[in-house]
Ligand binder design. Structure first.
Ligand code: 5RP
Length: 214
């Protein structure tokens, strides 16, 4: 189902463009598909070192986002996604670069299997990337909001930071919570993608790929 969604995303990639590429197992299927059309794109911007490595292995040029003016499309997976196309991301720890590349892109195409579709976000622990010295402070602030943060052990992000995975947050107002969490000193990014959600969801199901639009 992940692979079918990734395959369907190729139709959203214009000729001669730079493509934004996400991270994770679903994005890896997309990278494999991109390999097949590498001659009709200029290159890619990757949201993680791992994805950049895979792209290069397939002979796809990886560009620095700072040198790219236009990114027509960003394709990435999600840990949870609603019918309004708000998401939790960051299970793989790449949330900050994912949010940056998504911000630049004109269109965000989310690719996911049907298990990722939820009515309310929050069963999946919300990843929060934190500057290392702020870890305990941020954890206390998250607890004040009703969350139960856990330090992701033996994990350092591509940006040299740590991740707190937060359970028990009632995410009924994702845009407001995303904004609130970003205001805690020491938080680099939180894994709510609600202010800039996806524009299109390609959902792999047992009966084929469904398309949901914002
Ligand atoms: C990585 C992410 C991924 O998109 C998310 O974890 C989904 O992963 P997968 O496609 O392996 O289920 O946000 O930071």
């Amino acid at each position: 189902m992940k692979q079918a969604a990734a395959k369907a995303a190729i139709a959203h990639v214009p000729d001669e463009c730079v493509v934004g590429v996400g991270s994770g197992s679903t994005a890896n299927f997309f990278i494999a598909e991109l390999g097949g059309i590498r001659r009709r794109i200029k290159g890619a911007v990757a949201s993680s070192e791992a994805s950049a490595k895979r792209l290069k292995e397939l002979g796809i040029r990886v560009l620095d986002l700072n040198g790219v003016d236009e990114l027509p499309v960003y394709v990435d997976g999600a840990d949870e996604v609603t019918r309004h196309l708000a998401m939790i991301k960051g299970g793989g720890g790449a949330l900050t670069r994912e949010k940056i590349v998504a911000a630049v892109a004109k269109q965000f195409v989310c690719i996911a299997d049907q298990s990722k579709l939820v009515d309310v976000l929050g069963r999946f622990p919300l990843p929060v990337e934190v500057i290392p010295i702020a870890r305990s402070y941020v954890a206390r602030e998250l607890a004040k909001l009703g969350g139960s943060p856990a330090w992701r052990q033996d994990f350092v992000t591509d940006n040299g930071n740590v991740i707190l995975d937060v359970r028990n947050l009632a995410i009924t107002a994702p845009v407001e919570l995303e904004t609130r969490l970003d205001q805690i000193a020491g938080v680099v990014t939180n894994g709510l993608f609600a202010r800039r959600g996806a524009d299109v969801l390609l959902l792999g199901t047992t009966t084929g790929v469904q398309t949901l639009k914002r």
